[in-house]
Design a protein around this ligand. Structure first.
Ligand SMILES: Cc1ncc(COP(=O)(O)O)c(C=O)c1O
Length: 372
């Protein structure tokens, strides 16, 4: 689909000559996969977060799958998680024939509510899967008090910091990042799982590579595995993106500040929560909740007519057809999530979004909502 010159896109990756050169070098080297860039990217990523280990994988979804397996999730287990997430976080439990058990979200942070999660725990609960939604840190310390294995979905949260100063992804539980093109750091497709546990890293490294142990000869496999490898081409892009990360995060934070200023006057519009105390959001998307009573689909269509892209973000997972059919979910189970999911739209958001573009989005949204 072509984007007309004036249309403001939802997302735009920051890529330049350095990435082009890095890819060209990999191509010239002839080692496109299973080469040196993968461990180099893993080590640089782990060092950046201050965590012992990182395993590069082909996507955030692949990382979630491997991380859940690594904490022992399997047949018939329950995984307590958020219904307000990208569908992959719940799907990853289903891959292992486990049941995602949803609990409602906190209306301010939009993250899994620790009290609701505690109430959803049963003797079958094998793991907790909090999601740092829209880059705002989930209260992992509260989940830790429940004494169960934790896998963090940090796919949207690179750059986020907990209130105790620990970066999201550095608490030691497997934490999964995603590198799709709209993310804070992109490799096109890709992901990374961080962990403090060398045995978890070893298991994930094997399972991403068809179950092959690191010291095994070619085509000898001692366990079930997958092809969840990240290529050297993608890792080379990731290494450059990591060097750019501070600038890209600052660019997103600057765009968010412009939006806060520009949208503040629209009555009934709810903006992303501000950082509380020492917490820092790793800005990923700028999602607003429309005033009650407004027609979201019509708003999105009308914004498009103003050359502004937007989309409903995110739909509640438990109300998706697959989850209704497989697990018997229905409206009314998680009222906070359902209310937020019905009113949320993502606005154009990327580093370098200009003040003029933000003004255009704000003016269009105000006009579309009858407050122009
Ligand atoms: C919260 C969340 N979880 C999981 C994923 C899955 O990541 P990927 O698309 O890299 O598989 C995403 C990415 O879109 C996400 O936003």
């Amino acid at each position: 689909m072509s984007i007309d010159a004036d249309e403001i896109p939802l997302a735009r990756p920051v890529l330049g000559e350095a990435e082009e050169q890095a890819v060209a070098e990999v191509l010239r080297s002839g080692q496109l996969s299973l080469g040196p860039r993968v461990p180099a990217f893993e080590q640089a990523f782990a060092a950046r977060l201050g965590v012992a280990h990182a395993s590069a994988v082909s996507s955030g979804t692949a990382g979630l799958h491997l991380a859940l397996r690594a904490v022992g999730v399997s047949d018939g287990d329950e995984v307590v998680t958020s219904p307000f997430s990208f569908v992959a976080s719940a799907n990853a439990a289903v891959f292992e024939r486990a049941r995602p058990v949803f609990a409602d979200i906190d209306p301010r942070t939009l993250n899994l509510d620790p009290d609701a999660a505690a109430a959803a725990v049963t003797p079958r609960t094998r793991a907790l899967l909090p999601v740092h939604i829209f880059g705002y840190p989930a209260d992992v310390a509260a989940f830790e008090r429940l004494g169960l294995p934790i896998v963090e979905d940090a796919c949207e949260a690179l750059g986020a910091i907990h209130d105790d100063g620990i970066p999201v992804g550095a608490r030691g539980h497997p934490a999964v990042f995603g590198f799709y093109a709209n993310k804070q750091l992109t490799t096109g497709e890709g992901g990374m799982v961080t962990t403090a546990d060398a045995a978890v890293k070893e298991r994930m490294d094997s399972e991403r590579n068809q179950g092959r142990a690191p010291d095994m000869s070619w085509l000898d496999h001692d366990r079930l595995g997958f092809n969840y490898r990240l290529s050297d081409i993608a890792s080379a892009i990731g290494l450059i993106q990591l060097e750019r990360l501070d600038g890209m995060l600052a660019g997103r934070a600057a765009a968010a500040a412009l939006y806060r200023e520009a949208l503040g006057g629209i009555e009934g519009l709810e903006l992303p929560c501000e950082d509380s105390g020492e917490v820092r959001r790793g800005w990923f998307v700028f999602v607003v909740q429309l005033p009650r009573g407004s027609d979201r689909d019509e708003t999105i269509r009308a914004l498009r007519a103003h050359d502004v892209q937007s989309k409903p973000y995110l739909p509640a997972i438990h109300l998706m057809s697959y989850y209704r059919e497989q697990f018997g979910h229905r409206e009314g189970e998680f009222p906070v999530c359902e209310d937020v999911a019905a009113r949320s739209i993502a606005l154009p958001f990327f580093p370098g979004l200009s003040e003029g573009q933000v003004q255009r989005v704000a003016a269009a949204l105000g006009a579309v909502l009858g407050q122009g």
